[in-house]
Design a protein around this ligand. Structure first.
Ligand code: GRG
Length: 298
């Protein structure tokens, strides 16, 4: 029953949000057509939209306007899509399959994929600059900064740099955690906090709690990703399974073993739920998303 209720909520948001993304992305009829087509190819009709759903759930808690949330969530999802396009390129992870279809550089070409990532990143910040997300302009500026930091060298891009440098090396658990808190966690955390900032002013204490929730689910997401990479198949994941082992990448599974990695994900899930206690029913969707992140199969 609770599962069905979550599915309905998530599908309704995914459906509306897909239309929003299609509207916000440049039309493939506008010059340069090929770049615009490649941007749309890389963003639309694919992906679980976990980060937007987290922004919607945090926004629901803060009674945020849905139109504002859609823009904040789109900015985050465009950054995420750019990171996937660049990550799949031969100079990085060199993969041919993403979201069940050929990666951007395979479908188009490498130069186009590079530009797709660049243009998606620019579009994300254009959206944050063009639309009102908070009645207080100073607060909105803080939101722009938040996404910039989360995606830059002290966030996602920095985590990717650590990741590339760690291939074939042994990392300690704290080092692995640091890498993933940046590479995967920073953007997930930003999605939660940006969603909350679109709504009524929450107290500093409440925002801190949501930030900690985002940190926990962000890391749990990566631990589960490592388990799935080692246990699930390519058809289910829509991306090449078993790559971490082939590329000799340190993961939670190689470091701890699958059982201990699953236990760690469960502990992070419990910690995430714990931070929501004081919110009561208003954090209902965030709790369901934490469950989804722990239990996901793809
Ligand atoms: C290139 C700057 C730069 C960063 C790349 C996110 C990332 C950093 C690389 C992706 C590699 C990867 C597989 C990371 C593991 C966790 C992760 C982000 C998985 C993909 O996210 P999902 O599962 O993907 O939310 P969908 O397709 O559902 O949106």
């Amino acid at each position: 029953m609770a599962e069905a209720d979550f599915q309905l909520w998530a599908r309704a948001h995914q459906h509306r949000f897909e239309k929003q993304l299609a509207h916000l992305l440049p039309s493939p009829d506008i010059t340069p057509q090929r770049l615009h087509a490649a941007m749309r190819y890389s963003v639309l009709e694919g992906g679980k939209r976990v980060r937007p759903l987290l922004a919607f759930a945090a926004g629901e808690l803060a009674q945020a306007d849905q139109a504002r949330l859609d823009i904040a969530a789109a900015a985050v999802e465009l950054i995420h899509a750019y990171s996937l396009v660049h990550d799949d390129m031969p100079c990085m992870d060199d993969d041919v399959l993403r979201r069940g279809k050929p990666t951007c550089h395979v479908e188009y070409d490498e130069a186009t994929a590079l530009l797709v990532g660049d243009a998606l990143q620019s579009l994300a910040f254009q959206l944050l600059a063009e639309h009102t997300l908070n009645n207080d302009p100073a607060q909105q500026l803080k939101m722009v900064r938040l996404l910039a930091v989360a995606s830059g060298s002290r966030g996602m891009a920095g985590g990717q740099a650590i990741d590339l440098a760690s291939v074939g090396k042994h990392l300690s658990l704290p080092e692995l955690e640091l890498m993933h808190i940046h590479k995967t966690g920073a953007l997930i955390r930003a999605a939660v906090v940006l969603g909350a900032h679109c709504g009524n002013d929450l107290t500093e204490e409440e925002l801190k709690r949501l930030d900690h929730f985002g940190k926990c689910v962000g890391l749990a997401f990566q631990v589960v990703d490592d388990v799935l990479d080692s246990e699930a198949d390519t058809a289910t994941l829509g991306k090449t399974a078993g790559k971490d082992a082939v590329q000799d990448k340190p993961t939670y599974v190689t470091l701890l073993g699958a059982q201990a990695a699953k236990k760690m994900a469960a502990e992070l899930h419990a910690e995430a739920l714990d931070t929501l206690t004081t919110f009561g029913q208003s954090a209902h969707r965030l709790r369901q998303l934490a469950d989804f992140i722990l239990l996901r199969k793809f």
